[in-house]
Write a protein that binds this ligand. Structure first.
Ligand SMILES: O=c1[nH]c(=O)c2[nH]c(=O)[nH]c2[nH]1
Length: 303
């Protein structure tokens, strides 16, 4: 039929792979990755003509994950692995113009027994390191890293006041509440070509840990005094701004910070107060929650 436009991509989602590296001294290092691949490729005849001769089978994509994991003889960051995979698809197949690789790393952490790091023992942590890498045939690169599931809470130094009051408003102004959220952050690096990424081993892993630390330091403030949060919005902005001012190879940051409510708990009967809230007993909730998100990027200089 005439007058139709088609945009298409195909890939394999949620390919799980684990890789172990063993040092000569007997220490083991391991990662577990959940890999999703999406290819932009010239295989239009599969859609229009029942001709699969230009299709990279998604089963082959899955096997490629295992083969590339095997090839990585040295430990590497999740970002580097994503770049290697994406590079393979755009360089190996004439048909593939662009490869998009998303990976979530499972937070296995080395255990400490009696204060000693264990050589080959790991336990599951909480927040997850994520990445999205897009590589074009030309070598053009987009690289975004992130963290998801970073649950943080502080029991004071948070309030919310001065908001719009109307006939439906019941929420009182407060300068004393629990602030809890589960941060999903992603930050885009300014590297725009596969030929100019940092060569330092585990560079992006180190960056991930540093960005996470800046996010948390800003959320909590210093250990003794903390820092007052007038709203989730303000704290989110401070966190994103701190990342951009600290890391010059980060060009934008996106933060999602649901406001997870801990409700003041009061219980009373007609003639008896059973529990009177005095900033002590709360009702923790999952839903509904506030949903607050923003992106912050540098305004390109006119020079
Ligand atoms: O930090 C907050 N931001 C809001 O937008 C909001 N809305 C609300 O009911 N409580 C809060 N808290």
């Amino acid at each position: 039929m005439e007058g139709l436009n088609i945009e298409q991509r195909h890939g394999k989602a949620r390919v799980r792979v684990a890789r172990v590296w063993r040092s000569k001294q007997g220490r083991h290092f391991m990662v577990e990755w959940n890999v999703s691949i999406s290819l932009l490729s010239d295989c239009i005849n599969a859609y229009l003509q029942d001709d699969n001769s230009d299709i990279v089978a998604t089963d082959t994509m899955k096997n490629t994950v295992y083969a590339k994991a095997k090839e990585c003889s040295d430990q590497l960051s999740v970002e580097e692995f994503a770049i290697q995979l994406a590079k393979h698809f755009v360089s190996y197949y004439r048909q593939v113009t662009s490869a998009i690789v998303n990976i979530v790393e499972k937070p296995w952490e080395r255990v400490h027994i009696d204060g000693q790091p264990h050589e080959h023992g790991f336990k599951l942590g909480s927040e997850r390191h994520t990445t999205e890498v897009i590589v074009q045939k030309s070598g053009a690169l987009q690289i975004t890293s992130g963290v998801e599931g970073l649950a943080v809470l502080k029991t004071t130094k948070s309030g919310f006041e001065g908001f719009i009051r109307d006939k439906y408003t019941v929420l009182p102004d407060t300068r004393e509440r629990i602030l809890a959220t589960e941060v999903t952050a992603s930050w885009r690096y300014s590297y725009e070509s596969i030929f100019n990424i940092p060569q330092k081993s585990l560079y992006f892993t180190e960056r991930y840990l540093d960005v996470k630390k800046v996010l948390m330091d800003t959320f909590f403030g210093c250990p003794k005094e903390g820092v007052y949060s007038p709203s989730v919005q303000s704290t989110l902005y401070q966190m994103a701004k701190a990342v951009l001012s600290r890391f010059h190879d980060v060009s934008s940051v996106k933060l999602k910070m649901p406001n997870i409510h801990f409700l003041p708990l009061n219980l009373s009967t007609k003639d008896n107060i059973i529990v009177k809230f005095e900033d002590d007993v709360y009702l923790p909730t999952d839903e509904p929650h506030g949903s607050i998100e923003a992106s912050l990027s540098r305004i390109p200089s006119k020079m």
